[in-house]
Design a protein around this ligand. Structure first.
Ligand SMILES: [Zn+2]
Length: 408
C-alpha cells in the first residue's frame, strides 16, 4: 500500500534519497549528456551524496533536477542543445539547492537512478524512451543458477515492497511498511533457501529505493521462475484485518478495493519511473504469454491463499485481480501479497513480531512449494522428482508382469 502523502509527491515528480547526506554540502563536478531526437541521458557527477529530486514541468516542457545542499563552479561546462534537449541551465534555489533545468522539445517520461561511484556519487536521469537512452543495468543480487540444468533449483524472486525514500504505508504506531516487508521477505527467502530444490533471490536486501522495473529486472536477471512481491495493506477503517493475494488482471480489477489499490501502486510506478508498457509494442505475442503466466499465477496464488487461510490470516479467501505494474512480468508467474493490515493496530503489532513474520513466511513458503510440486518447471529437480514419482507408480505392475511372463 502507498501512503497518501506519498502519492501527493508522486504527482509532483519523482525523488530519491542518497545513502548519506554530506555535512558541508556536495559539489557538482560535471554534467554529461547524450541525446537522440526521442531521448536523452544526463549523468551528474557529485563529490558526495545529496538527495536529488527530479520532476517535469510544461509550458515549455522541461525536466528539473534539484540537488539540495549542492554547489557548482560558476563556469562548470553545460551540455549544448542536442536532439530532444533544447538547452540546459543551472540556477540556485533558496536554501542552497542547485537546480538544473533541462529544456525539452516535447513532454517525455523521466527515469532516474543514483549510485555511489568510487570517489563520489552519480545521478543518472533518463528522459524519453529508455531503450534509446538506457539506465545503468540492474545488478544481480545473487548468482543465478544456469537454466537448463536437469536438476536445477526453482528460483523465486522475493520482492520486499517499498524501501529507501518510499516507506510504504505507515501504521498508527509508526511501523513502516518497507521495514516489515523486508523482514518477511528475508524470512521467506531463508525458508526457501533451506528447502531442497529451491533458491530465493531478494530484489532488495537493504533499505533502498528501487524502481519497479528494476525489481522485475532483477528477477529476470536471476532467471526467476516466480516473482513474489511482499506488502502490508492500509485502509482508513482500522478494524479491517487479514491478508490478500493479488495477481495481474489485464481486463479490469476484481473489486473496487482492488482497483483502488492497483491505482495507488501504479501511481507509485510512475513515481519510480514508468515501467515500459512492452505490451503496447507487441500486443499479440505478449498477450498470449501473459495469459499463460496469469493462469499459472492464479494457480500459485490459490495455493498461497489456502496456506495463509490454514493459519487464519486471510481477509479474502479468493485470489484478487488488479493491474499492478509490478506484476506485469511476462512469462513469470507473479503475485503480490498484502500480508496484513498495517492500519489495524493489532496487526501492526504482530507485523513487528519476528514470530509472526516467520509464521507468514512459513505459510507463503508452503503455498509456493506445493505449487512447484504440482507445476514443476522444465529442467528442475522438482520436475525430476515428479518423473521419478510417476515412474514409481508403474513399477509394481511391471514387477508383477515380468515374472509372470518369465514363468511361461
Ligand atoms: Zn505496499
Amino acid at each position: 500500500m502507498i501512503r497518501k502523502t506519498f502519492l501527493v509527491s508522486v504527482t509532483a515528480g519523482l525523488a530519491f534519497a542518497a545513502v548519506h547526506s554530506p555535512a558541508n554540502g556536495a559539489q557538482l563536478r560535471s554534467i554529461q549528456m547524450s541525446a537522440t531526437p526521442e531521448a536523452a541521458l544526463i549523468t551528474l557527477s557529485l563529490s558526495d551524496g545529496a538527495a536529488a529530486k527530479v520532476f517535469t514541468l510544461d509550458n515549455p516542457d522541461r525536466a528539473v533536477i534539484d540537488l539540495p545542499g549542492t554547489h557548482a563552479d560558476r563556469d562548470i561546462p553545460v551540455p549544448a542543445a542536442s536532439g530532444l534537449v533544447t538547452g540546459v541551465r543551472i540556477g540556485r534555489q533558496p536554501g542552497g539547492t542547485l537546480r538544473i533545468v533541462v529544456e525539452l522539445k516535447s513532454a517525455v517520461a523521466v527515469h532516474s537512478a543514483a549510485s555511489n561511484g568510487g570517489a563520489g556519487r552519480q545521478v543518472t536521469v533518463a528522459l524519453g524512451d529508455p531503450s534509446a537512452a538506457r539506465d545503468p543495468e540492474p545488478k544481480i543480487v545473487r548468482a543465478a543458477h544456469a537454466p537448463g540444468d536437469g536438476d536445477r533449483d526453482v528460483i523465486i524472486a522475493v520482492d520486499a515492497g517499498h524501501g529507501g525514500l518510499d516507506p510504504g504505508a505507515i501504521g498508527h504506531g509508526g511501523t513502516r511498511e518497507k521495514d516489515v516487508t523486508l523482514a518477511i521477505a528475508r524470512a521467506l527467502a531463508e525458508h526457501i533457501n533451506a528447502a531442497p530444490g529451491m533458491h530465493a533471490v531478494l530484489t532488495r536486501d537493504r533499505d533502498e529505493f528501487l524502481e519497479l522495473r528494476d525489481r522485475i529486472g532483477r528477477a529476470h536477471a536471476a532467471h526467476a521462475d516466480m516473482f513474489i512481491s511482499v506488502h502490508a495493506d492500509s485502509i482508513a477503517d482500522r478494524s479491517i484485518s487479514g491478508a490478500s493475494v493479488y495477481i495481474l488482471s489485464v481486463h479490469g480489477a476484481s473489486s473496487q478495493a482492488a482497483r483502488e489499490l492497483a491505482e495507488g501502486q501504479n501511481a507509485a510506478d510512475l513515481m519510480g519511473g514508468a515501467l515500459d508498457d512492452a505490451g503496447a509494442a507487441r500486443p499479440v505475442v505478449l498477450d498470449l504469454v501473459q495469459q499463460e503466466s496469469i493462469g499459472l499465477s492464479a494457480t500459485a496464488a490459490e495455493r498461497v491463499v489456502a496456506a495463509l487461510e490454514s493459519v487464519g490470516e486471510v481477509r479474502k479467501a479468493q485470489v484478487q485481480r488488479a493491474g499492478f505494474v509490478v506484476l506485469k512480468s511476462p512469462a513469470i508467474p507473479s503475485m503480490l501479497i498484502e500480508t496484513a493490515y498495517i492500519s489495524n493496530p493489532a496487526e501492526e503489532r504482530r507485523l513487528n513480531n519476528p514470530a509472526q513474520q516467520a509464521r507468514l513466511a512459513d505459510a507463503i513458503f508452503g503455498g509456493v512449494r506445493s505449487y512447484f510440486v504440482q507445476n514443476p518447471p522444465d529442467g528442475t529437480r522438482f520436475k525430476q522428482e515428479r518423473r521419478v514419482a510417476s515412474a514409481a507408480d508403474v513399477t509394481p505392475a511391471a514387477a508383477i508382469a515380468i515374472p509372470a511372463a518369465a514363468a511361461q
